[in-house]
Ligand binder design. Structure first.
Ligand code: F6R
Length: 644
């Protein structure tokens, strides 16, 4: 949901910003823009559409030369995608200086601020909430920090005042969520950024700082990063002489971090855990396909060090200190949105089945505002790939406030949700760039299975049972590989139905949430209308939809409800529906009922979802490709939804 990238250093900034925006484009792609601080003032380029359009504009603008700049790729919230609404937005201070701002988030009190700023003479040119921020910083901006601060030995980086002070003052007036980067033409070596609620990472490069919404735009420049907590501001300076930190040298860099009330805070610098290769497409045409195909390796990484078959033990270091709470828990609330919510729905089955504890999955957005009852012994598990989803974060905070122990099942290391939980388990499936979540889902399901076994083993499950699940889990990456070899065949199957505009996905038990996920995948990237539901629910109404040739995907693997699923398949066939079955390898019987069969290896029921979802991911992928759609950037969507 919008990506920002900003740089201050000694390199020409425009190409560097474009490269960063391309890496962040999956976060939003309806318009883009950048502002570069040049000797002639702030130069702005903005365009509607993809970053490549902006790149072409930027390449033809010779004036776009400088070493300080900010850039943005947008996913519209306030105002249609247009050049005027694209970021950066500008403000004009009374001291005659120009301020440029890029922003990811939502300013909730923007209407009141806009009225106030209009009364004070500011003119607005866009429909965005962000423009309010630009004017607000300008309103508080009194010019660069006094020369005496720098002369007194502290240098600009240490001296207070100027842009940093104006940003702090502006943010004290703001309600809402923001990650911002701000520049002024009067401070050509200073970049100020801040965050509350929306993600922001600061990379410490050689002679430079690079700021971005996520690490993918930073990794090409440095692995050394720090993050800001909510309500914190970083002032980043890189300049050619003693303007920066009071020492003489060909090029100096210095930063300081404060709260918006100007209280100094220290930030810990850490190393990024992934490399550039992980975020490049390599031989694949789309990130979604790359990430689908990466799943065997991703799950190997997810399981690494977590299985101790000899001791029949699940090793989850992050949960050890809360093991007693987990065993005594009266109820688990699994919360997330979209695909992460579907993983939570699978965990309902896993936790009740393997850990014998009541578990309910809740849409974070609904849970948060329902005045939820959190009894003693409730544990909330926030599930999130990005660790930045605003709804999930809000639900987590609400649950914590009401006394629940809060755990995280998160992919993005160091993300806000990961930091806000009492403890958790990382997925370790590597960065997910494709807008449609695939490997993160299988990682979430795997981690939740490990958690259920971690608790179950301490309650009712015998060592023998735990050991056999662990052995099966160890085999999962190989099973996943086998399913993926059918990609082409799945593409063939899809080609027979791809023009149909309505699909159903049906499953029972553990495979019911997989049906939900299959439908979500198909609709989000191929724009085909699809519904997922329990196979038995179909005859309570939705069966009316079935007409001749309507594709109905059944997850019909062998297990406790196999016979019942076969009956449901009969009901569909009797009404002319075209049955596509995901079935267990070697199941000859199912071929009598289905027009097409996709096979998965036989595994115990609790482990089936991580396998049965793969064919559905491939169905969605091939459908989108065959319809000529942009798989990695589906319309209206963005990867990380950081607004409620
Ligand atoms: C669907 C999808 C979304 C996300 C949801 C939560 O493919 O990607 O439904 O699953 O927005 O995102 P995270 O997991 O980042 O909290």
């Amino acid at each position: 949901m919008c990506g920002i990238v900003a740089y201050v250093g000694n390199k020409n900034v425009a190409p560097l910003l474009i490269e960063g925006l391309k890496r962040l484009e999956y976060r939003g792609y309806d318009s883009a823009g950048m502002a570069v601080v040049t000797p002639q003032g702030i130069k702005l380029v903005r365009s509607v559409g993809r970053v490549s359009v902006l790149e072409a504009h930027a390449a033809s603008d010779a004036a776009l030369q400088g070493t300080l700049g900010i850039a943005h790729t947008r996913w519209a919230t306030h105002g249609v995608p247009s050049e005027a609404n694209a970021h950066p937005h500008l403000g004009q201070s009374r001291s005659g200086h120009t301020i440029a701002v890029v922003h990811n988030g939502i300013i909730e009190n923007y209407a009141a601020l806009k009225t106030w700023l209009t009364e004070r003479g500011h003119q607005f040119y866009s429909q965005t909430d962000t423009e309010v921020l630009a004017k607000l910083v300008a309103e508080f901006y009194e010019g660069p920090p006094a020369a005496r601060d720098a002369a007194a030995g502290g240098g600009v980086a240490n001296g207070h005042g100027g842009l940093e002070q104006a940003v702090q003052a502006a943010l004290r007036e703001v309600t809402g969520a923001y990650a911002i980067a701000v520049v002024s033409n009067a401070e050509p070596h200073t970049l100020v950024c801040a965050r509350k609620g929306s993600p922001l990472i600061v990379g410490i490069g050689e002679n430079s700082y690079i700021v971005a919404s996520d690490a993918s735009a930073i990794i090409a420049h440095t692995t050394q990063v720090f993050t800001l907590d909510d309500y914190q501001v970083a002032k980043l300076c890189a300049g050619p002489d003693d303007t920066v930190n009071g020492t003489r040298g060909p090029w100096s860099v210095a930063f300081r971090t404060t709260t918006i009330d100007n209280v100094p805070v220290s930030r810990e610098v850490s190393a990024l855990e992934f490399d550039l290769q992980q975020i490049e497409l390599g031989k694949f045409k789309h990130y979604m396909l790359k990430e689908i195909m990466e799943q065997p390796e991703a799950i190997r990484n997810c399981l690494r060090g977590r299985i101790d078959k000899r001791e029949a033990r699940v090793v989850l270091g992050g949960l050890n200190q809360f093991a007693r709470d987990l065993v005594r828990a009266k109820r688990f609330i699994l919360t997330g949105q979209g695909t992460a919510f579907h993983a939570g729905r699978i965990a309902e089955y896993l936790f009740e089945d393997l850990a014998k504890v009541p578990a309910r999955a809740e849409y974070a957005s609904e849970f948060r505002y329902r005045n939820p009852i959190i009894e003693d012994g409730s544990i909330v598990v926030a599930i999130s790939q990005s660790g930045e989803t605003a709804d999930t974060l809000a639900a987590l905070r609400e649950a914590k406030e009401r006394g629940a122990l809060a755990l995280g099942v998160v992919n993005a290391v160091g993300s806000t949700i990961a930091r806000d939980t009492d403890a958790g388990v990382y997925l370790h499936v590597g960065p997910e760039i494709g807008v449609a979540s695939t490997k993160a889902f299988v990682g979430q399901v795997t981690v939740l299975t490990l958690m259920a076994l971690f608790i179950g083993k301490r309650k009712y499950l015998s060592d023998e049972v735990v050991r056999s699940y662990l052995a099966e889990l160890e085999r999962m990456p190989d099973h996943l590989e086998r399913v993926l070899t059918q990609s082409e065949a799945i593409g063939q199957i899809v080609s027979n139905y791809v023009r149909r505009q309505n699909w159903l996905f049906l499953g029972r038990g553990y495979n019911f949430p997989v049906a939900l996920e299959g439908a979500l995948k198909l609709k989000e990237i191929s724009y085909i209308h699809a519904e997922g539901m329990p196979a038995a629910e179909m005859k309570h109404g939705p069966i009316a939809l079935i007409d001749k040739g309507m594709p109905v995907v059944f997850i019909a693997t062998q297990g406790s409800q196999y016979e019942k699923v076969i009956s449901n398949i009969e009901e569909v066939r009797a009404r002319g529906g075209a049955v596509i079955a995901v079935a267990t390898e070697g199941d000859a019987r199912i071929r009598k009922y289905a027009e097409a069969v996709i096979e998965v290896p036989a595994v115990p029921e609790p482990l089936q979802p991580a396998l049965t979802v793969l064919p559905l991911q491939l169905v969605a992928y091939h459908a989108a490709v065959q319809r000529g759609l942009d798989v990695d950037k589906p319309r209206n969507l963005a990867k990380s939804v950081t607004v409620e």
